[in-house]
Design a binder for this molecule. Structure first.
Ligand SMILES: C[S@@+](CC[C@H](N)C(=O)[O-])C[C@H]1O[C@@H](n2cnc3c(N)ncnc32)[C@H](O)[C@@H]1O
Length: 234
């Protein structure tokens, strides 16, 4: 189905009013509704806002694969999970690089349906990432977890970061983008959670870069993100 413009969409096709209203107190249901509604227009919205989350995460992944101290011989069948996969931006880039064992997780069935039609992923898991243990993803089940545009206030709580770390085998990687307006303000809990996991020896930060996430965002708070690579230690 083509892009059907919902009532809550701004005139130029960018993020919807429903999405723009997501805040720290939003519920999972509100976030799911926002993405279900945008799914058919997501790629247009991505283009119009100059969204680069998937590209930035795969660039960080490429760099890690080239660093011989991470994997001396990275295998194309390594198990990868794309958390908040959307319509498959990361999946497409990994397929082009000939990775063959990639699963997708997303809260929005509408987004996953579009990803499914591209035949990019082995398994599609429609479930919310939360700060609680989820049965759908086993502990240490993946070599690498990638997550673009999903860890942000309004969509997940900071504890979701710890769950993503749980999905990764010791020695594996968790690579994610997080908007600066989620990471920088003290008290929101995202940077604090990352520091806590470093202090407790769960992981080691390998790379953190501030990058432009949207070239032409609806609002300035969307412009920059950090792209962070952690190596899971235990
Ligand atoms: C900004 S989009 C990014 C999509 C894709 N990763 C990309 O970079 O093109 C965020 C995605 O996260 C999903 N999402 C939002 N909250 C989520 C949650 N709590 N659990 C799982 N997926 C979630 C949305 O449905 C959407 O597909």
């Amino acid at each position: 189905m083509g892009c059907v413009i919902p009532d809550t969409m701004t005139e130029v096709i960018k993020y919807t009013q429903r999405f723009l209203k997501l805040g720290v107190d939003s519920t999972l249901e509100e976030s799911k509704l926002a993405y279900d509604e945008m799914a058919s227009c997501w790629e247009k919205i991505s283009d119009n806002t100059g969204y680069k989350g998937h590209i930035l995460c795969v660039e960080a992944f490429d760099r890690a694969m080239q660093a011989k101290d991470v994997y001396s011989n990275p295998r194309k069948d390594m198990k990868i999970l794309d958390v908040g996969a959307g319509t498959g931006g990361i999946g497409e880039m990994l397929k082009a690089r000939e990775y063959t064992n990639v699963d997708a997780l997303d809260i929005s069935q509408e987004m996953l349906n579009l990803a499914a039609s591209k035949n990019l992923y082995k398994k599609l898991i429609c479930a919310p990432l939360t700060d609680k243990h989820m049965e759908e993803v086993e502990t240490a089940g993946y070599d690498v977890v990638l997550c673009a545009g999903t860890i942000v206030y309004g969509q997940v709580k900071p504890g979701a970061i710890e769950q993503c770390a749980r999905f990764v085998k010791p020695g594996g990687l968790f690579i994610f983008s997080i908007r600066v307006d989620s990471f920088d303000p003290a008290g929101l809990g995202f940077s604090e959670k990352c520091e806590e996991l470093e202090k407790t020896g769960k992981w080691l930060q390998m790379l953190k870069e501030r990058r432009e996430l949207h070239a032409t965002p609806n609002e300035e708070r969307f412009r920059y993100c950090y792209v962070i690579t952690y190596k899971i230690l235990q």
